[in-house]
Design a protein around this ligand. Structure first.
Ligand code: BJW
Length: 231
């Protein structure tokens, strides 16, 4: 089958070799708090200082991390692929963009973006929020991380489902398949008649939905696969 339209989904596993922690591989805790406790609107309402500190730390980690060969390979694919391509990432880091990838969509938000709850402006932000900086646009102290928490609607779902409905190849990289709606994308791609490929360190919750699963570190599997596609 000829491949023209590609949708790629990436998760925390692609950035693991850049030193950014995955969510479920270790104990899933941050300072003894389950991640679900800090990554929810309820958690933020209950203890804003805790949640701001969590994301201040994540922001600093993102800035310190460097892309790895998997990010570089996907950027090469993006630059050379004449057909349609959408790189949907669940990650809040900017490692895809730092390699030059252009067709990137951050469905769970961005760690280096903050969102003013008072005037709705978004700002590129590399500093902290726990000290309560005022919004540069409206002056109110009402900024939160621009992150999609549990119970909130991920970004650009219509555009994602539309791209999946037209793709002929769907590739999932470094994600456990534990969080919806991203975990359901493979079934949407199957319904669309696309070929489905999973690249992951270990079998995921949704492995049985894929036509093919390749196991190994993303820094090896992704450059190999991109080499096959470009050639
Ligand atoms: C490697 C590797 C290496 C390691 N190389 N691989 C009951 C049933 C179904 C759904 C629900 C339910 N109850 C509630 C829900 C909905 C809920 C949900 O899914 N909950 C689950 C816990 C069940 N989802 C939501 O609330 C979402 N919103 C929503 O559903 O809105 C309604 C809606 C309806 C219909 C259509 C559309 C919308 C919002 C989800 C928001 C997720 N937010 C987080 C945190 C924010 C970002 C941040 O702080 O960074 O996003 S949670 C966290 O999980 C983060 C991640 O993006 C996300 C996915 O994790 P990921 O990337 O898969 O990481 P891991 O750690 O799980 O896996 C890493 C994988 O890599 C592993 O497999 C490793 O083996 C592998 N790996 N090293 C290759 N070197």
């Amino acid at each position: 089958m000829n491949t023209n339209n590609i949708v790629i989904l990436t998760g925390a596993g692609i950035s693991a070799e850049s030193g950014l922690k995955t969510f479920r591989a270790e104990d899933g805790l941050w300072e003894n708090h389950p991640v679900e406790e800090v990554a929810t609107p309820e958690g933020f309402a209950r203890d804003p200082d805790l949640v701001q500190r969590f994301y201040d730390e994540r922001r600093a980690n993102i800035l310190a991390a460097q892309p790895n060969p998997a990010h570089e390979a996907l950027a090469r694919l993006d630059a050379s692929w004449d057909g349609e391509l959408l790189l949907v990432t669940q990650n809040i880091d900017d490692l895809h963009e730092r390699c030059g990838a252009k067709r990137v969509l951050h469905m769970h938000g961005e760690g280096l973006s903050v969102w003013c709850q008072s005037c709705d402006a978004r700002h590129y932000w590399t500093g902290t929020l726990r000290d309560g900086p005022a919004c540069p646009v409206c002056g109110e102290v009402a900024m939160r991380p621009d992150i999609v928490w549990f119970g909130e609607m991920p970004y650009e779902m219509e555009r994602i489902f539309e791209a999946i409905s037209r793709c002929d190849l769907f590739v999932s990289i470094g994600t456990s398949g534990a969080v919806y709606p991203a975990a359901g994308f493979v079934q949407e791609a199957n319904r669309a008649g696309a070929r489905t490929l999973e690249l992951n360190l270990e079998r995921s919750a949704g492995s049985h939905f894929f036509d093919e699963t390749r196991l190994g570190p993303a820094s090896e599997l992704v450059p190999e696969w991109v080499g096959e596609v470009i050639d």
